[in-house]
Write a protein that binds this ligand. Sequence first.
Ligand code: PMP
Ligand code: GLU
Length: 401
Amino acid sequence: MSWTIPFARRVHGLRPSPTLAINTKARALKAEGVDIVNLSAGEPDFDTPDHIKEAAIQAIRDGFTKYTPVGGIPELKDAIAYRFINDYGLTYRPEEIMISTGGKQVLYNIAQAILDPGDEVIVPVPYWVSYPAIVELAGGKVRPLQGDPARDFALDIEALRSMITPKTKAIIINSPSNPSGAIYSRDDLKAIAKLALEKDLLIITDDIYDQIRFDGQGPEDIVSIVPEAKDHVAVVNGVSKTYAMTGWRIGYLAGPERLIGMATRIQSQSTSNPNSIAQKAALAALLGPQDCVRRMRKAFLERRDRIMEMLRAIPGISCTEPKGTFYVFPDLSSYYGRGPAGHRIEGSLDMADYLLEEARIAAVPGIVFGDDRFIRFSYATGIEAIEEGMDRLRRALARLE
Ligand code: PMP
Ligand code: GLU
């Protein structure tokens, strides 16, 4: 007899991360010899810099292969504190910092720490795909706050205020944003901080793309702009995007000591410490030469300019210019309702399928980010792939006329 125990209700609606799933599918097709232009990947195409790899090799040679303190090794906490001072002018004590298995686990720990069933978390749209799943796995409810592409996805502060209920525990902000590349204005960040202080909410600021911004501005976040809000802010960051270290799985949280304590307790009963070797690699990343960060940022900017130039030349597409990250998020909805009978494109899922089947472009449908009008293209890939991809896109859309 086969095993029939039903899964927990908590996971009934749970779907795999679509960004990871599409990237895996695109890679598999490529490995089979299919000529795919993969614009789905949410990770830098660059290799992890050599000095970082060397630090990991050294850690293995030194036998640094045992359990570490659950919240991370003290020297890595110090290095994170150093980066906060150096980059943001902010002081965090080691008790206000913890290290986890990627920014994703940081978010997971926070949700587990603060949410009871039915508690609400406000999430601006478009949002990163995993926020709703992480909130819902903790029993929480996502309240989406629609963003306006015509205003560069700026937040509607009055709408935000009106969504706050006695059940609201937190708001998640992500600037620069995956998928839109938008950066919130200082005025908007001040307004969010004011609201959070007034209503005693936790602001979860996902700063994972803070070093990939194209406005010439150094990293900046809600705490550096409104330091008095520090005790109401959980800062999520990591080395995945900045140092091309997605596979190493090191992320970190800086926030109120009380939150760090509970998140560390949760981590001690789930994954324990983040990988010891990867922690040594992250240490080298944060304290070592930063020219690799500048080089990658420059490459992303050149690619952003090229992909925008090619997108603007395609009729029927509107796209706000990303101010950071390595994603563009064009609105392709003027092509919806077109296509041969029986195969009409009715939304972003159909559009992503059409692009994969007909143009061999892998991209992520906007619906998984909360807005069906859009498609996400990653430009964390070479210029040739971008040019080929946009050329294919233009031809594929022209066939829908
Ligand atoms: N936040 C955002 C917005 C992301 O795009 C990612 C990338 N997957 C993460 C968090 C988590 O990254 P990681 O777990 O690799 O640190
Ligand atoms: N953040 C990346 C993306 O959005 C990685 C995929 C994931 O972690 O879901 O594509």
